[in-house]
Design a binder for this molecule. Structure first.
Ligand code: SAH
Length: 355
């Protein structure tokens, strides 16, 4: 990726301050700039009226970019979920999803264009991997999606659960988190931010130590044989390695549990035996289990289990003392649900020749 521009939103608050000071500006200009770019969502320097004219001119230089993503389209689901396709300067397309709920509005962010992990049930995996997103492109998803909010809405929670594996792009993700939590920027509490990983063991402690955000781990299977198949990353970091690392993490408690995501696949990982093994794995760790009946996508061999199988699975877990929640599928009519992000409308597929 060769982009000679300075993307202002690549800098976390400290780096922005350092850059301004190095340019000869006063340090407090950083707080003002954070307010404009993030709290107010203004990215045209002309409008930044409390900055000196001369600084505004420098920010308008053709070498500087204050905006790193453009909105291509926003689709709205019958349940209010919105999915946007956003275009980067090099033409890459990423998707972000807004999920309104009774007491919250969650924004789901992408961290990569595509994903290299190729989990067998996930649509993003099928599109292959193009590149990591830069910090400016991660944080600009928040700016663009705020423009898609209804008047009474505001973003209360952010989850790194869109396209890509966040821990393969950890430095950029951490810079984005520092912008999300900065009081002059988005002022989000760290506990309202969740980073989800398929289990990139060597990076988990680095995340947890760098930011007091929630950790989610995509588990999906309770034996190495099956997890090797569903989440190929398991071949490098098998269950024993993953759980020994999770058991060593500092700062976990009932108030800061690990969230395990378990996508239920009919006839594959939804038996009573699976539920019992899952209990054994998570026992002893402060944790919550999030069960997600799979959202099938075209060409996928996986099916959603019948309600009775879902209930049976949840029953075994809760009787065994696990804290479990069932994640209702949101936005599946616009391919915005978990594992459905594939920028499908923008991919020319071989079975659909261009007219
Ligand atoms: N790579 C990270 C971030 C993506 S999070 C991770 O794997 O955690 C997206 C979540 O949705 C993951 O838990 C993923 O396993 C789950 N998911 C993927 N495809 C899905 C599908 N088709 N139906 C339901 N959940 C799915």
């Amino acid at each position: 990726m060769r982009d000679p521009h300075l993307h202002l939103k690549d800098m976390d608050p400290d780096a922005l301050r350092g850059w301004l000071v190095a340019e000869g500006d006063r340090a407090y200009r950083a707080e003002q700039l954070l307010g404009w770019l993030y709290a107010r969502g203004v990215d045209d320097p002309v409008e930044m009226t409390d900055l000196p004219q001369e600084l505004r001119d420098r920010l308008r230089s053709s070498a500087v970019r204050t905006r790193s993503l453009e909105t291509l389209s926003v689709q709205r689901s019958v349940d209010g979920t919105r999915k946007a396709a956003l275009r980067a300067a090099d033409g890459a397309i990423v998707e972000a999803v807004l999920i309104p709920d009774e007491d919250r509005t969650t924004l789901c962010l992408s961290t990569q264009v595509g994903c290299p992990l190729a989990c067998s049930f996930c649509a993003t995996g099928e599109m292959g991997f193009t590149r990591n997103l830069r910090t400016a492109e991660i944080i600009d998803q928040v700016c663009r999606m705020r423009e898609a909010l209804d008047p009474e809405e505001r973003i209360t929670n952010v989850v790194f659960m869109g396209m890509g594996e966040p821990l393969l792009n950890l430095p950029a993700v951490l810079r984005a988190i520092r912008i999300l939590v900065h009081p002059r920027a988005f002022a989000l509490a760290p506990r309202r931010i969740t980073v989800s990983t398929a289990g990139l063991v060597p990076k988990i402690a680095a995340l947890v130590e760098a930011a007091p955000v929630n950790l989610a781990v995509s588990l999906h299977a309770t034996t190495d044989a099956l997890r090797d198949e569903l989440v190929p990353l398991n071949r490098r970091f098998p269950l024993a390695t993953l759980f020994s690392e999770l058991g060593r993490l500092p700062g976990l408690s009932a108030r800061r549990p690990i969230f395990f995501e378990y996508t239920l696949l009919a006839g594959v990982n939804d038996s009573v035996g699976d539920a019992e093994r899952l209990l054994t794995l998570v026992r002893g760790l402060p944790s919550k289990v999030n069960v997600i009946p799979v959202n099938p996508h075209p060409g996928s061999p996986y099916r959603t289990p019948p309600d009775a199988a879902v209930d049976r699975f949840l029953g075994v877990l809760s009787r065994g003392g696990a804290t479990v929640t069932l994640r209702r599928s949101r936005g599946s009519d616009i391919d915005a649900a978990c594992g459905q992000l594939a920028a499908r409308d923008f991919v020319v597929r071989p079975d659909r020749p261009m007219g």
